[in-house]
Design a protein around this ligand. Structure first.
Ligand code: AMP
Length: 132
């Protein structure tokens, strides 16, 4: 089934597109965290980051970097959040790989993630299991 981003790419749903090439498009997010928030969207409808081949991911990151450069030039933002919500458990709402590029300004609200606390030795033992 087509995702909303497939429909945007096919021109069935309007969007404000600021870049397109053979592998991806970049559109303005309709509900921006901060004005200028844009989305780098893979033309192929990989449901998540995890399913996307490395070469295509590299291209998406290159385009996210170009979007970051453009946001800094035009909006004079001081930084950006480059975010991939990878899967529904991570808050991904549209099951079609995309990278958020969000302009940020010095003194603006910090993105707050909740934090957990390790017990004594727990971080090291988990680190051993996760080593690769
Ligand atoms: P995620 O939660 O990572 O899947 O993010 C989906 C993003 O898509 C959200 O930030 C939405 O605001 C954005 N979005 C959904 N529909 C549209 C649309 N028609 N045009 C532009 N952005 C959209």
């Amino acid at each position: 089934m087509d995702t909303i981003f497939d429909k945007i790419i096919q021109g069935e749903i309007p969007s404000t597109m600021i870049h397109e090439d053979k592998d991806c498009v970049v559109i303005m997010d309709i509900n921006p965290v901060i004005k200028g928030h844009c989305l780098v969207i893979s033309r192929k409808s990989y449901p998540t980051f995890t399913q996307c081949p490395q070469e295509e991911l590299s291209h998406l990151m290159e385009i996210a970097k170009a979007a970051d450069t453009k946001l800094r030039q035009v909006l004079h933002c001081d930084g950006t959040n480059i975010v991939i919500n990878n899967g529904p458990a991570a808050g991904q709402e549209v099951p079609h790989l995309h990278i958020h590029v969000i302009p940020r300004y010095t003194g603006g609200e910090k993105v707050i993630f909740p934090h957990e606390v390790y017990q004594e030795g727990e971080m090291k033992s988990l680190g051993k299991k996760l080593d690769f």
